[in-house]
Design a protein around this ligand. Structure first.
Ligand code: ZN
Length: 503
C-alpha cells in the first residue's frame, strides 16, 4: 500500500479541502496538510455514531467485566480490525486473554476469645484467606516483626499482633506489613493471624466498605486465597489489653468466602510502520471498552449503565484511528489496544503492560482515550497535555477542528493516575489521557457519570465527531514525529522513562 499523496484521488483532496474551508474556518495553508486530508477522508460522523450506537446499546447491557455483552463488544472490535486490514500481532489473533480472579469475602463470621464475642463485619473483618473453622490457643507476638516471631511457639495456634508498624498509623503500610506478618505466621505453623486495627486514619466503616465487598484482581499466576488473616476493630486499644494477656483458647468461624477464576479479553490490533528504522518503535493507541454493567435503577427504572461517554466514545476514537492508520500507515508501527476491566481497577492495561506482545522499551508512547463526561463542547481535556513533548501536536490537532486542548483542570483529583495510561507511565512509557471537554466534575458531568442516563441518545454527535477527528489527526502526527515523544523534564515519571529506555 502506497503512502504517497499522489495516489489519493485528486477529486477527494479537493472535496476535503472544501470541507475544511467550509467547516473549520481554517487557512488554506493548514488545509494542505496531508494528515488533515487523510483524517477528513477517513473519519465520518456516521461511523462514530455507528460505533457508539452499537457498543452502548442496551443489548450489550453495560459491558461489565466479564459478561456476554463485553464479549460481543470484543467480537465487534475484532471484526472492525479485520475489515479494515488491521493485523493481529498475538499468536491467537486479536484477543489477548486476561486471567482474573473474583474475590468475595466471607460475609458471616464469629470469633470467641475468652469471654469476648466478635461478629463479622461489625467487630472484625477477614482480610485474606478462605473460610475457617478453628479452635486454638492464642499467642500474642506484639507487632509481629521478624524478631517478635523469633522463638514464639505458634504451631497449631492463633497468632495475635498489634496492627501495622510501630510508630505509624498509615493504613497502606499496615496492608503491606500485614502480608509479611501473615507469611511469618504461616512459616511458624500458626493457623490464622489476627491483627488489632487501631488506626484513626481510616474509619472502621470505610474499611468495611473496602474489605467486605467483592473485588476483582489479576490472577498473576498466584491462585491462592492466602493465609487467613483477620482485623479486629480496636481504636481504643481495649481489645489489645485483653488479648495480649489472654492465655486460653479462641474460636474463629467464617462462612461465604468465594474465589472464582474468570476470563476476559483485551483486543489488540497492529499496523506496521513504513520507515525501515522507525517501524521498530510502537505507539499504543488505547481505550477501555468495558463499563460497569447493570446496577441500581434510576428514577425511570433504567438499570443498564450504557457507558456512552465512559467509554464507548474512547473506543470509537481508537477504532477510527485504527481504520485510518491501516489505510495509510505511519512511519512508526501502531498498536491499537482496547482494554477490559478498567472499571475493576485498570486490570486490562496492567495485564497488557505485564504481557505486551512487543518489548516495552520499543513502545514509545501511549495515547489513551478515556472519559467521564463533558460540560464544554469547545474543548478537549487532555490529562497530561503538558507532561510530554507530544503536547503541542495534540493542541494543534484539536485547533484544526475548532477545539481547544486544555490540560487537566482538576489536578487534585489525580486523574492521570486513575486510568489505564498510568500502567504505561509507571513502566516509564510517556502517556496521557485524551478526554471529552470537562472543566470540572460539575452537575452536568455527574448527571451521566456511571449512571443509566449515559445513553447513546444523550450525546452531541457533532462534537464527538470533532473530538474523534482531533484524536485521529494527533495520533497520525505522533506516529510520524521526527523525534520520539518523551516526558518533560522533572515529570513524576521521567526517571522511570530513563530507566526503561536506557541503552
Ligand atoms: Zn468509568
Amino acid at each position: 500500500m502506497s503512502t504517497s499523496l499522489f495516489t489519493t484521488p485528486f477529486s477527494r483532496i479537493c472535496l476535503s479541502i472544501l470541507f475544511v474551508l467550509l467547516l473549520g474556518g481554517i487557512t488554506p495553508m493548514q488545509a494542505q496538510d496531508r494528515d488533515v486530508d487523510l483524517t477528513l477522508a477517513g473519519v465520518t460522523q456516521s461511523s462514530v455514531e455507528a460505533h457508539i450506537g452499537f457498543l452502548a446499546s442496551d443489548l450489550l447491557r453495560g459491558r461489565d467485566t466479564p459478561s456476554d455483552g463485553l464479549r460481543i463488544a470484543a467480537d465487534y472490535i475484532a471484526a472492525h480490525f479485520k475489515r479494515h486490514g488491521v493485523q493481529p500481532i498475538l499468536p491467537d489473533g486479536y484477543k489477548q486473554p486476561v486471567r482474573l480472579v473474583n474475590v468475595i469475602p466471607a460475609d458471616e463470621g464469629t470469633m470467641k476469645v475468652g469471654d469476648r464475642d466478635f461478629n463479622a463485619p461489625e467487630q472484625f473483618l477477614q482480610v485474606a484467606g478462605a473460610d475457617v473453622a478453628i479452635d486454638a490457643k492464642t499467642v500474642f507476638v506484639n507487632y509481629g516483626t521478624e524478631d517478635d516471631f523469633d522463638g514464639a511457639r505458634l504451631k497449631g495456634k492463633i497468632a495475635v499482633t498489634r496492627g501495622g508498624v510501630e510508630g505509624s498509623s498509615n493504613v497502606r503500610e499496615m496492608f503491606i506489613e500485614g502480608r509479611r506478618k501473615a507469611e511469618r505466621a504461616e512459616k511458624a505453623g500458626a493457623l490464622v493471624l489476627i491483627e488489632l486495627y487501631n488506626s484513626p486514619q481510616t474509619s472502621w466503616t470505610v474499611l468495611q466498605f473496602y474489605l467486605n465487598t467483592p473485588r476483582m484482581a489479576l490472577e498473576k499466576g498466584e491462585d491462592k486465597a492466602g493465609f487467613p488473616t483477620f482485623w479486629i476493630e480496636d481504636v481504643g486499644n481495649e481489645n489489645l489489653k485483653y488479648l495480649r494477656n489472654h492465655k486460653g483458647k479462641a474460636n474463629v468461624e467464617t462462612r461465604g468466602a468465594v474465589r472464582e477464576n474468570l476470563l476476559s479479553e483485551n483486543v489488540v490490533g497492529f499496523v506496521e510502520g513504513t520507515d525501515p528504522e522507525l517501524k521498530k518503535e510502537y505507539v499504543v493507541y488505547s481505550a477501555h471498552y468495558d463499563h460497569v454493567g447493570v446496577g441500581a435503577p434510576d428514577a425511570e427504572g433504567d438499570s443498564i449503565y450504557n457507558g456512552t461517554r465512559d467509554n464507548a466514545i474512547g473506543t470509537a476514537t481508537v477504532l477510527e484511528a485504527a481504520a485510518n492508520i491501516a489505510q495509510n500507515p505511519l512511519r512508526r508501527s501502531a498498536l491499537f489496544v482496547l482494554f477490559t476491566g478498567e472499571e475493576k481497577g485498570l486490570l486490562g492495561s496492567e495485564w497488557f503492560v505485564a504481557n505486551a506482545p512487543v518489548d516495552l522499551k520499543d513502545i514509545v508512547f501511549n495515547f489513551n482515550s478515556d472519559n467521564a463526561g463533558y460540560n464544554n463542547t469547545e474543548v478537549a481535556t487532555v490529562v497530561g497535555l503538558n507532561r510530554t513533548t507530544a503536547g503541542p501536536i495534540i493542541t494543534d490537532a484539536c485547533k484544526q477542528f475548532g477545539l481547544e486542548a486544555i490540560e487537566d483542570p482538576m489536578p487534585r483529583q489525580n486523574l492521570f493516575d486513575r486510568s489505564d495510561q498510568v500502567n504505561f507511565a509507571k513502566a516509564g512509557i510517556p502517556a496521557l489521557m485524551y478526554s471529552l471537554g470537562a472543566t470540572s466534575f460539575d452537575e452536568e458531568v455527574m448527571k451521566y457519570y456511571h449512571r443509566p442516563a449515559d445513553t447513546p441518545t444523550s450525546v452531541d454527535y457533532e462534537y464527538l465527531f470533532k473530538f474523534t477527528k482531533a484524536y485521529v489527526l494527533a495520533g497520525r502526527r505522533i506516529g510520524d514525529m521526527e523525534e520520539r515523544p518523551y516526558w518533560t523534564e522533572g515529570d513524576k515519571y521521567y526517571s522511570a522513562g530513563e530507566e526503561l529506555y536506557r541503552p
